[in-house]
Design a protein around this ligand. Sequence first.
Ligand code: GDP
Ligand code: MG
Length: 458
Amino acid sequence: MAKKYPEETRMYKEKAFLVGVSVFNDKSWLSIEDSLAELELLAQTAGLDVVGEISQTLSKPNAQTFIGSGKVEEVQLLVNETKADVLIFDNELIPRHQRELEKIFGENVRVLDRTALILDIFAQHASTREGILQVELAQYEYRLPRLTRAWTHLARQAGGGGGRSGSVGGVGLRGPGETQLEVDRREIRKKITTLRTELEKVRAHRSRHRENRKRSQIPTVALVGYTNAGKSTLLNKLANSEVFVANQLFATLDPTTRRVELPEGNTALFTDTVGFIQKLPTQLVAAFRATLEEITEADILLHVVDISHPNALAQWESVNATLEEIGAEDLPIITVLNKIDKIQDQEIIRELNNAFSNAVSISALSGEGIRSLLKKIEEELYFNLIPITVFLPYKQGRLISVFHETGKIDELKNLADGVYIDGSIPGRFFSEFEPFFHSSEPNELLETTGDDLDGTDF
Ligand code: GDP
Ligand code: MG
């Protein structure tokens, strides 16, 4: 089945035609219609005007053209009819498919896939130095094996839907016996090397900053969730900040951090993260690993779910899968059921609330439920103490003061080499204290200094 949309009046927008293929046995949880709807939103986010779409179910992709040859002809007709400039495949095309399709559709139609489109959107929205470098690197790595035409074409591709990054500056000089294509490949490889080096420098700088943050002992809360779930809206509401909120995918790419005061006066740093999306290509997950990994350094995760969305549960599962992939699955999670203002039936909200082990239902838009959410966060971060017994050598001065400042001390003994403490600490420090756990009585450790202090006058 093919759909055509009425021609747009704004002529300056590039026209995109979408192709969705459902491959038999594909594990995708999205129906082909939902997946195409998401692709349409992606295309619009990239600044394209979607003029039509078509889909096909295949037992396996065609070796040459991905879609079947009959389908290719059908798409050619529709592309001509709709005057589409860009043909976007919902599935990832291997370089060979890309080359064959480019041959068939000729100079005037660009062939892209979901990955290229997402890269383009990332390029448009990257704001920090690291984000921009990451996208540029990912774009070049993606293009290298797909390079079939010379600079002109490449520059056009880099332009995408108006993306600012990625265009290769200058034309490389051709060496003896080299084809233009070889020159182009060589230039891209050089560019990739330079970008990697620059990225390393930026990362080293960032990790130094992170160290500082850890020392300040202010806990961090990371907002995660499927794209469009309402993360930025929530952060806005919490911090009265100016985080960019938009009904677009990937409106915020780089983490934005805000300091928020909790009900009992404690504070926490809240970090907005890039949205998760189904079919986020693995190379993108790799490219954005640094950004995603910031999530694992949080003390607690808020998993924001748009419960008014028909695919809410599947989105929730897909985010969990990515969290597992980056090793964040063991962090404490509060499930934030968002957009309750869109749900009439209060019974549904109650049921959902009970279905998750640690959930709060809110409306980030109206502010309903946000106070209970903040209370829960404060409880998790500051009041839920875990009992531990440790022996801390004196050179662990930082941990000793963390215990005094954030924990509760039942028994403390100063020994020759360190201090024995029996008490409880907030869960977020658990792993830091773990190497110093002790089960035996202090007397069995070492000779005591005779001082028997309690924590208050340490
Ligand atoms: P993000 O991608 O998770 O950061 O999502 P955004 O915060 O950008 O929100 C996506 C869209 O959902 C925007 O149009 C918001 O106005 C809307 N939205 C967010 N929270 C709510 C809510 O509680 N209720 C309603 N009705 N809309 C919301
Ligand atoms: Mg956002």
